[in-house]
Design a protein around this ligand. Structure first.
Ligand code: MD3
Ligand code: FE
Length: 211
């Protein structure tokens, strides 16, 4: 446990970009590997899939979820669903993942959804807002594992200037308050920049209060 993550103590981010808090190097290699072991179990029970958006485009990112609900996209829209597309319930949010939320979110609520995004090769995620959650006053917590990813942050409306920061394995990001509704995305990853994932790539976990 880190010295500043005891109960009731709000840790200090190493970087704040447009209200988005970045905790660089929050998880050491051992903690990253513990998290990965838990995520492997989730993916075994709830396999990664490549969502197709309502416009008919296949997303380059592979996804799955843990928790009471998981985020899905298909021809009829984007939403949180209580089952994986294969028809099974989502696995529980693993305890080590949940502990990251407890340490950094500052929220008294428990997350009910953990979206797992896998970026391989040239996968990216265009600028978007996260607004499928019932109450967007709750923060979102993101954990990066594996290859570096170029995280881009814009504004609360489409367009205007943007800024970007490379997220590395073990970095944790918290989006709360005014930052919760900013446009954001992942421009690209740096394949081969990390040895944490055996098959390569970048994994991102996002914890949310979705319902
Ligand atoms: C800023 N994922 O799953 S995580 C997503 O790295 C998503 O996979 C990206 O955007 C990824 O929706 C970025 C960081 C993140 C997550 C949610 C946010 C940044 C955010 C919500 C509001 C503002
Ligand atoms: Fe997002």
């Amino acid at each position: 446990m880190r010295k500043n993550d005891e109960e009731g103590v709000t840790p200090r981010p190493t970087l704040v970009l447009r209200g988005v808090q970045v905790f660089q190097g929050w998880l050491d290699r051992t903690a990253q590997e513990a998290l990965l072991a838990e995520i492997r179990d989730v993916v075994r029970a709830a396999p990664l899939f490549q969502p197709v958006t309502p416009s008919g485009r296949r997303m380059s990112v592979q996804m799955t979820s843990a928790g009471d609900v998981g985020w899905i996209a298909d021809r009829s829209g984007y939403r949180y669903a209580d089952r994986h597309p294969q028809g099974t319930l989502w696995p529980d949010i693993p305890p080590t993942v949940r502990a990251v939320w407890d340490a950094v979110s500052g929220s008294p609520r428990a997350p009910d959804s953990c979206l797992i995004n896998l970026y391989r090769d040239t996968a990216k995620m265009g600028l978007h807002q996260d607004r499928d959650e019932a109450d967007t006053s709750h923060p979102v917590v993101s954990v990066s594992l594996g290859d570096d990813g170029l995280f881009r942050i814009g504004n609360t409306t489409r367009g205007g200037p943007t800024e970007a920061v490379w997220l590395k394995s073990g970095d944790v990001v918290v989006m709360g308050g005014d930052a919760r509704l900013v446009y954001h995305g992942i421009d690209k990853t740096r394949p081969g920049s990390s040895t944490v994932l055996s098959g390569g790539g970048r994994l991102n976990l996002t914890l949310r209060v979705a319902t």
